[in-house]
Design a protein around this ligand. Structure first.
Ligand code: PEP
Length: 250
């Protein structure tokens, strides 16, 4: 009942010509039938992404946004601006934003609320550090990250967003969570949300992120609570990202 969703997070990578090549390759190679695919591009490339992808079944979005609509926020970009460039999605709370740019659970929750209010679908990123996993508090950390957002946007908000579970120790490290490890956490998170609303939890797309590649994507996405992937490094290679998308079970 949940459509597979595969998303590319290009982070702060790419040149104009590399972006054009990636987009042409994705358009030619990705089979979007029965799958949702979205590209999260750096802000400056959004006009090029819009030009290349409009009219296709591949959606796009930004990797961050400010919660306010306009004002004296030097260096920031609003959700209204993103909508002008056709963004349907925005990432919220990526671990790099949390650890490198000081985004707390509360800041992330406000961004999710602002995105929902603007009609842009947030992809809410959560996940534990290696230290937290070793301390045995993975579930506690993820529940806190989800719970803070749930308190702000409620069940109705959660019906309109996507969650990406990304163990921080697996992001950009080449260390992927095993399908069993990822499935265990996804199932635990869905069960946690089901305590508030079973129907919302059953319909929520929960993506896995952390060193996903074409070679391990099918096995990860075959798990019953893994509904797709948020892909960093491998989304900068046409064959890899195309392979991941086309491996998503329909
Ligand atoms: C990410 O940035 O969300 C991510 C999962 O990165 P990578 O695939 O490179 O681990």
């Amino acid at each position: 009942m949940r459509t597979p969703f595969i998303a590319a997070n290009w982070k702060m990578n790419g040149t104009r010509s590399e972006v054009a090549e990636l987009l042409a390759g994705f358009k030619a190679g990705i089979n979007t039938e029965g799958r949702q695919v979205a590209i999260f591009a750096p802000f400056v490339f959004l006009p090029a992404v819009q030009e290349a992808l409009q009219g296709s079944d591949i959606a796009w979005g930004a990797q961050n946004a400010h919660k306010e609509a306009s004002g004296a926020y030097t260096g920031e970009v609003s959700l209204g601006m993103l909508k002008e460039f056709g963004c349907q999605y925005v990432l919220a709370g990526h671990s790099e934003r949390r650890t490198l740019f000081g985004e707390t659970d509360y800041i992330v929750a406000d961004k999710v609320a602002a995105a929902l209010a603007a009609g842009v679908t947030p992809v809410l990123c959560i996940g534990e550090t290696l230290q937290e996993r070793e301390q045995g508090i993975t579930g506690e950390v993820c529940r806190r990250q989800l719970g803070t957002v749930l308190d702000v946007v409620g069940v109705e908000g959660f019906r309109k967003l996507v969650v990406a579970y990304e163990p921080v120790w697996a992001i950009g490290t080449g260390k992927t969570a095993t399908p069993e490890q990822a499935q265990e956490t996804h199932a635990e998170l869905r069960a946690f949300l089901a305590e508030t609303d079973a129907d919302m939890a059953a319909g929520l797309q929960i993506l896995y992120g952390g060193s996903m590649k074409a070679a391990n994507a099918a096995e990860l996405m075959a798990q019953s609570d893994i509904d797709g992937g948020l892909v960093g490094g491998a989304s900068l290679k046409v064959d890899e990202f195309t392979g991941i998308c086309n491996a998503a079970a329909r």
